[in-house]
Design a protein around this ligand. Sequence first.
Ligand code: 4NP
Length: 154
Amino acid sequence: MNPSILFVCLGNICRSPLAEAALRQECMDSTLNIIVDSAGTGDWHAGQPPDERAQAVAAQNGVDIGHLRARQVKASDFRDFDHIIALDNQNLRDLKALRPAMAVSQLSLLFDHVAGRAGEDVADPYYGAARDFEQTWAEVSEAARNIRKWLEAG
Ligand code: 4NP
């Protein structure tokens, strides 16, 4: 089974690359052979590596994300990924608006995968400090553990 998952935030330099890294790390010792990627609804940072503060918190947690490059969501993503997981409600609304008729991807919100937090946003740490990025890492890591179990359950 090779489930494919795309995480989507606004800029694709803070939250969604961290979610991508957390799920990849979480599934390293899994029988699942996941395909995981991330993208942004905006294109301002396309081609850029993740924010240095996101790179730092990932490195502190054992994952190198320096090679990742931001990109914008595209129509073919809705055909190529089994699951597209939005980091906040605005991203989810934007994805629903972009969703083409031929879409196969299931859309969900990241916090819908964490008991007791359904419907919540992963706060944007872009205008925050290092501790905000640590909180983002904690949130996406908790979700990644649950997403792994959900995917393994098929
Ligand atoms: P992200 O954070 O959506 O978690 O990657 C942001 C990064 C950049 C901007 C906004 C949010 N920006 O406005 O440039």
